[in-house]
Ligand binder design. Structure first.
Ligand SMILES: C[S@@+](CC[C@H](N)C(=O)[O-])C[C@H]1O[C@@H](n2cnc3c(N)ncnc32)[C@H](O)[C@@H]1O
Length: 375
């Protein structure tokens, strides 16, 4: 992949990151060949044009959405907002036949009423572009008025990017694919070692790891909002999203869970993702887990965690059993454990380094605890 050289037509592209993981996402974006990515609170910015927007949506595993900042103008009061919104070159980017909704936020600005500002922009869009405005529309225009500067972005992703498009079956408390990919990266996983998830649920870590090893692009089977923009070029997009297939690696990726229903889901998800030949799933409890033959790699696991005390007490035994199994059978393997509760991580008895800062997930803050290769 070559570095993208900015041109005068380039604009700012913002990749949304899970809070706290901006630097990790920035590393991924840099490695994917995007020029000069910058980690900022809430995400990563790059400069580019529409092909970079498509490629970021298609290729970046850790971003939850990609916004294109298509323009900005100053607006000190509503009449000025109305006038400038009417002059904005909407037709260069938006299609009159694709309904949209407008979301406005105001901060430290003379225009402070988001509803009134949205109404001015919606009227301009309706009357100048001829587009229908609907609160139910899937296509979203995001307007931020900050310090009297009105910045206009389009959400080019549509559905959140953790929806890869080939996963239908989800267990309770699934890990989001975007977060799973960033945690794998944080564990130093680069697609060249085996991965075991002994409590795999719907198989998120195992399938992500297999896709990375096989060079499969995360967005290869789904649709994106940018396909409905005036700037969309279907032929160029088809070429981008169907690169020459590369042979699957000899590595294998392993998932286990004591819940047979979860394993059925994992298998169905792996099949839809096209990685069936790379994965092995088995139904058994943690106490029956054995390391696969061959060189050691990474154990990554997201065991159950509770929010109630009674629930938590039961979990100490489970974490202790997990730790015991790994300490006695998984010499040479590294461990990454994701949990909301440091005392549960401690109950494993595993030699964890200080954990990463909490990342919001399912209403809790989860942390990644990591070991070096176990002895
Ligand atoms: C938080 S979920 C994992 C979610 C998974 N990362 C995903 O993305 O779908 C925890 C899983 O641990 C499994 N589990 C609980 N106790 C277990 C045990 N003793 N042995 C094996 N699996 C267990 C549960 O069935 C559940 O699927």
């Amino acid at each position: 992949m070559t570095e993208d050289t900015p041109t005068p037509a380039d604009f700012e592209i913002f990749l949304v990151a899970p809070p706290g993981l901006e630097a990790l996402l920035c590393d991924e974006v840099r490695e994917a060949g995007f020029a000069d990515p910058q980690a900022v609170p809430g995400g990563v910015t790059i400069m580019g044009g529409w092909p970079e927007v498509w490629r970021a949506n298609l290729q970046i595993r850790g971003a939850s959405r990609v916004l294109a900042r298509i323009g900005a103008f100053r607006a000190m009061h509503l009449a000025q907002l109305d006038k400038r919104a009417r002059k904005f070159p909407w037709a260069d980017i938006l299609r009159p036949d694709v309904p949209l909704k407008v979301e406005v936020t105001c901060k430290a600005s003379r225009i402070y009423h988001a509803g009134a500002a949205a109404q001015r922009i919606e009227t301009a869009l309706r009357e100048e572009l001829g587009v229908a405005i609907s609160p139910e529309a899937e296509f979203k225009l995001k307007v931020r008025i900050d310090d009297d500067l009105c910045t206009i972005s389009v959400d080019t992703s549509g559905e959140s990017l953790h929806k890869r498009g080939h996963k239908e079956a989800v267990n309770k408390a699934p890990m989001r694919e975007t977060l799973a990919a960033l945690f794998l990266r944080q564990c130093g996983y680069d697609g060249t070692e085996p991965v075991v998830d002994p409590m795999c649920g719907s198989g998120t870590f195992v399938i992500e790891a297999a896709e990375i090893a096989a060079g499969l692009l995360p967005g290869r089977t789904r649709h994106f909002a940018f396909e409905q923009l005036a700037s969309f070029d279907p032929a160029a997009w088809d070429r981008m999203r169907n690169p020459a297939a590369r042979p699957h690696p000899a590595l294998r990726f392993y998932g286990a869970d004591r819940d047979a229903g979860a394993i059925k889901m994992s298998r169905a998800n792996a099949e839809r993702a096209g990685v069936t030949d790379l994965v092995q799933f088995a139904t058994h409890a943690i106490s029956d887990l054995m390391p696969p033959e061959g060189k050691p790699g990474l154990v990554i696991v997201n065991p159950p965690y509770g929010t109630r005390i009674g629930n938590k007490n039961l979990l100490y035994g489970l974490y202790a059993a997990l730790g015991q199994t790994l300490l006695t059978r998984f010499g040479g393997w590294r461990v990454g454990l994701v949990t909301s509760e440091p005392s549960l991580a401690k109950a494993t008895g595993l030699p964890f380094a200080p954990p990463s800062a909490p990342v919001p997930h399912g209403g809790l803050g989860v942390q990644l605890f990591q070991t070096k290769a176990l002895r």
